[in-house]
Structure formats: structure tokens, C-alpha cells
Design a protein around this ligand. Structure first.
Ligand code: CMX
Length: 140
């Protein structure tokens, strides 16, 4: 089983303007902004109770998010569940017939291990698993 809903990803065209919108419209607090080079995105995390919104803005046209924005415009992009052991979760998902986009975890925001499941196999919702990497593991 997954641990909890870690975040909801929202594709945006203008990161700073979108952060300002969520702060003003809903009183959410900006936690941090970072660049995830592997995914060609700049992301902002806003705290929403025990979970987060992740605003995603492409840094170049190769980004999956750039294609999404061009086809669909800004809006809900993915949901992310935190898991304890991402390799085991991916293997279990594959056994249950879910389609893995990432066979192996990649390096995501916050230095977490992340991997995506294909929306065609998850009811149309792009779904991410993420796992916090322990300090000793990160420096191993
Ligand atoms: N949610 C739901 N459906 C989506 C989707 C999304 N975010 N993105 C694409 N799709 C659907 C499309 O609508 C399309 O459906 P139809 O065939 O019915 O038209 C189908 O998936 C294929 O879409 P596409 O535009 O041709 O895009 P690709 O197949 O090239 O890529 C996907 C789609 C999901 C495989 C790709 O976006 C991907 O690998 N995503 C994972 C990585 C990612 O999104 N990273 C950004 C987040 C990084 C982070 O959080 O740090």
C-alpha cells in the first residue's frame, strides 16, 4: 500500500505568477522552488495541510510538461503517492498489470526517488510514486 498522497502536480506556464495566485486565492504557503534537471522543469512546492501542490513549469521544450501544456494548456498534471520502497512498489504495480513509464526510479524534486505509471493504465491519471531517500543512503 502507498503511505499517503504526497502531492498533486499542476502544469503552469508562469511559475511565479502561479505561486502568487495560490498564495492569494487560497492562502497557501510557498515551501520552496527548485529545478529538477532530469525532468526539465522548475517546480514550486506549496504546503496544503499534510500534503502539497507542486506547480510545474518547463525549462525547455523537451520536457514532458511542455508537451502537456502545448496540447492541453495549464491544469492538473499528476498525482504522487509516497511509498516506503519504490523498487518493490514498481514491481508490485507491474505484477498488477499497471504500465510503468520508468522501470527504475529517477532523481526527482527534493532528492527523492520518483517513478511514473502510465495514465492509460491508471484510469487517465498520470501517477507518480516517490520515496524519500535517507541521508546515509544519499551519500552512500
Ligand atoms: N495526464 C493524463 N493523461 C496524459 C498526461 C497526463 N499528465 N500526459 C499525456 N497524457 C495522455 C495524452 O492525453 C494522450 O492520450 P491520447 O492518446 O488519448 O490522446 C497520451 O497520454 C499520450 O500523450 P502524448 O501527449 O502523446 O505524450 P507522450 O506519450 O509523449 O507522453 C507521458 C505522455 C505520460 C508518457 C509523459 O508525459 C511522461 O513520461 N510523463 C512522466 C514524466 C513527467 O510527466 N514528468 C514531469 C513531472 C516531473 C516532476 O514531478 O518532478
Amino acid at each position: 500500500p502507498v503511505e499517503q498522497l504526497d502531492h498533486i502536480g499542476i502544469a503552469v506556464n508562469d511559475l511565479e505568477a502561479s505561486v502568487a495566485f495560490y498564495e492569494q486565492a487560497f492562502g497557501l504557503k510557498l515551501e520552496r522552488i527548485e529545478t529538477v534537471a532530469d525532468q526539465s522543469v522548475r517546480v514550486a512546492f506549496l504546503t496544503a495541510g499534510s500534503t502539497h501542490l507542486e506547480l510545474l513549469c518547463p525549462t525547455d521544450e523537451r520536457a514532458a510538461v511542455a508537451k502537456f501544456l502545448a496540447k492541453r494548456g495549464p491544469g492538473l498534471h499528476h498525482i504522487a503517492f509516497s511509498v516506503k520502497d519504490i523498487e518493490r512498489s514498481l514491481a508490485a504495480a507491474a505484477e498488477r498489470g499497471l504500465a510503468l513509464i520508468d522501470q527504475q526510479p529517477r532523481l526527482g524534486a527534493g532528492g527523492k526517488k520518483i517513478a511514473f505509471l502510465h495514465p492509460k493504465s491508471t484510469g487517465g491519471v498520470l501517477t507518480e510514486y516517490c520515496q524519500t531517500v535517507m541521508e546515509d543512503e544519499a551519500h552512500a
